[in-house]
Design a protein around this ligand. Structure first.
Ligand code: FMN
Length: 300
């Protein structure tokens, strides 16, 4: 009996066992290689997306697609005939540019996240200037996708604190991973947030995912996340520059409740909650270090 006839004979006489073995083998192989298969599939999709033709023709997917069913309204939100005007900022000498870059680095290197505030009030007009400064930020297609809610009223601060503390109790107990809670230990953060009622002002940064034109049409906000992140950076730098301090906080799972409390519309999402003021005279900060220039900069 040669190999072929032996194989045929085996298949004919033990087909149930052979097929069962094949199915079990396939299932075990798939299970063991699940991760690799999924990774390859994901990479194929990413590669396909990256390989979309440079001239945009032929690609089926668009970034920021038009709303399904709606005919795109092909009139720019800002008038197409907006004039372009000369821009001539003050030209500084090279040594002055260098000196200013050093000075600004020193200023920003002293910024710290502060979790203990003095109740001293913030001088009149400062919060307005800080928000105006944040409003100078660049944004995708100049959509300016932000709203800054300034809270100084003690009852409102208390109401915000109650919501954040309630959610934080659950976050720490159930919603955050054990690794996350462990990684936060050096910062001694807790569900209780006295600074939310002690700081003289709370600045809440809302991101608008979209807005409406004067005629009621929807206006898409391209890159709203990064636009708001840049604006928040400018705001933090302004707070540092004027001599106040802030706590950059991201209240987890508080968006809906704080949005309702502050009567913000559904196109807005709370991104940051910044208590702002002067540090408490006994404020402390964790003694952490920052990565060196060599670690964060690559020159090509
Ligand atoms: C996106 C972001 C979210 C943060 N969320 C919180 C927060 O919810 N609570 C908190 O106490 N600190 C928060 N921080 C502050 C960081 O813990 C702090 O920036 C970091 O420890 C570095 O310290 P430094 O800001 O003093 O340099 C956040 C910072 C960033 C940038």
């Amino acid at each position: 009996m040669n190999v072929i006839s032996l194989t045929v004979w085996t298949l004919e006489n033990n087909c149930f066992a052979v097929y069962t073995a094949l199915i079990v083998g396939f299932t075990v192989f798939t299970f063991l290689h699940k991760r690799t298969i999924e990774e390859r599939y994901r990479n194929r999709i990413t590669d396909k997306k990256e390989k979309l033709p440079r001239n945009g023709s032929g690609g089926k997917e668009r970034d920021f697609p038009d709303d399904e069913g709606d005919e795109p309204y092909l009139v720019p939100a800002i008038p197409e005939d907006t004039p372009h005007v000369p821009y001539k900022p003050l030209k500084r000498a090279d040594d002055e540019v260098l000196q200013r870059s050093r000075d600004y680095y020193q200023l920003m290197a002293n910024r710290r996240t502060v979790r203990f505030f003095s109740p001293e009030p913030i001088p009149e007009g400062v919060l307005e200037n800080l928000v105006k400064t944040a409003g100078t930020s660049p944004s995708g297609a100049h959509t300016e996708p932000w709203t800054y809610v300034v809270v100084q009223n003690p009852e409102m601060k208390e109401a915000i604190r109650n919501i954040v503390e309630e959610e934080e109790e659950l976050n720490y107990a159930k919603r955050m991973s054990r690794q996350w809670v462990t990684d936060l230990k050096p910062f001694a953060t807790k569900p209780t947030k006295p600074y939310l009622s002690e700081a003289p002002a709370l600045l809440l940064v809302f991101r608008q995912a979209y807005s409406w034109r004067p005629d009621g049409r929807k206006r898409m906000h391209y890159y709203s996340e990064i636009s708001v992140a840049i604006a928040a950076g400018i705001l933090l730098a302004a707070i540092q520059y004027c001599g106040l301090v802030a706590l950059t906080s991201t209240p987890l799972n508080c968006n809906a409740r704080l949005r309702d409390l502050l009567s913000r519309p559904s196109n807005e999402r709370l991104e940051l909650l910044l208590p702002v003021g002067r540090p408490h005279k006994e404020a402390t900060v964790p003694d952490i270090s920052r990565k060196s220039l060599e670690e964060i900069m690559i020159k090509v």
